[in-house]
Ligand binder design. Structure first.
Ligand SMILES: CC(C)(COP(=O)(O)OP(=O)(O)OC[C@H]1O[C@@H](n2cnc3c(N)ncnc32)[C@H](O)[C@@H]1OP(=O)(O)O)[C@@H](O)C(=O)NCCC(=O)NCCS
Length: 160
């Protein structure tokens, strides 16, 4: 919860960052605290979600977040990065680490994620993290910053 202000300042308030996400940009740090309470509850009440903030190695600055969503034999992946740090290959580095960590677990055989078919930066992240595009899930996910109807999404996965 102590990271709420840094999360709000670095990316959660930014409509460019949240454009293809399932949540709207936060209007105040109170929105970010509410959002984090959800993450904490899901983490504490079992294995619904494991999320990490991402920090820079040199100065510890908070630049984003990445999360795993466990399911039966598989985990889903989600991520977000502050706009000032786009284009440096940071998220592929983080995503690849989690893909490999997940597939190293005895009972996990598949890591998967989706992105809006217009979110080509995210599709590139998944490719660079070693995942393969499996197809388009039509009308899969609501991205309220672009439409009030569910959007087509690319589905990517890595399996073992
Ligand atoms: C998707 C995202 C995590 C990419 O992370 P990243 O660390 O910038 O990834 P990369 O540096 O490998 O760049 C990936 C692609 O982004 C695009 N990109 C790079 N710099 C960019 C910039 N300044 N502005 C827009 N797009 C850019 C390029 O297409 C790049 O692909 P390329 O390397 O083949 O040219 C980041 O753009 C982001 O947080 N976006 C908003 C949140 C989001 O969409 N999350 C995923 C939801 S499914």
């Amino acid at each position: 919860m102590a990271d709420a202000q840094a999360i709000f300042d670095s990316y959660a308030h930014d409509p460019e960052v949240t454009r293809y996400l399932i949540w709207r940009p936060h209007n105040s740090v109170a929105d970010t605290e509410e959002f984090l309470r959800g993450h904490l509850v899901r983490r504490q009440t079992g294995a619904e979600e494991f999320s990490w903030v991402l920090t820079l190695k040199d100065d510890g600055r908070l630049v984003g977040m990445i999360a795993l969503h466990p399911g039966e034999y598989r985990v889903g992946l989600g991520y977000v990065l502050a706009r000032a740090y786009w284009g440096r290959g940071l998220m592929p580095e983080a995503a690849r680490a989690l893909v490999e960590l997940a597939l190293a677990q005895a009972d996990i055989f598949r890591v998967w994620a989706v992105c809006d078919t217009e979110n080509l930066a995210s599709a590139r992240v998944m490719e660079k993290a070693g995942m393969t595009r499996e197809g388009v899930l039509r009308r899969w996910s609501l991205h309220p910053n672009v439409s009030n109807e569910p959007r087509d999404c690319f589905c990517y996965a890595k399996v073992r």
